[in-house]
Design a protein around this ligand. Structure first.
Ligand SMILES: [Zn+2]
Length: 67
């Protein structure tokens, strides 16, 4: 799958470039860091932070428990 940089969440339309809905954990690295976030729709996202900003590199499915 190609990167989803610069798009919105296909599940709820939350802009990927916006502030994460909820940050679950942050893992700083030498070049920036990795963020695990949860979208407004409940899907898990892995975001990589580097000199160019934040990219969503992996996205899960919306929470089945959500409405
Ligand atoms: Zn979403």
């Amino acid at each position: 799958m190609p990167s989803t940089t610069g798009v919105v969440c296909p599940h709820c339309g939350w802009p990927d470039g916006a502030e994460p809905f909820q940050v679950l954990s942050a893992h700083p690295t030498g070049a920036g860091g990795t963020l695990w976030t949860r979208c407004a729709c409940g899907s898990l996202q892995a975001r990589v932070v580097d000199g160019d900003g934040t990219r969503v590199v992996s996205r899960g499915r919306p929470s089945p428990a959500g409405c």
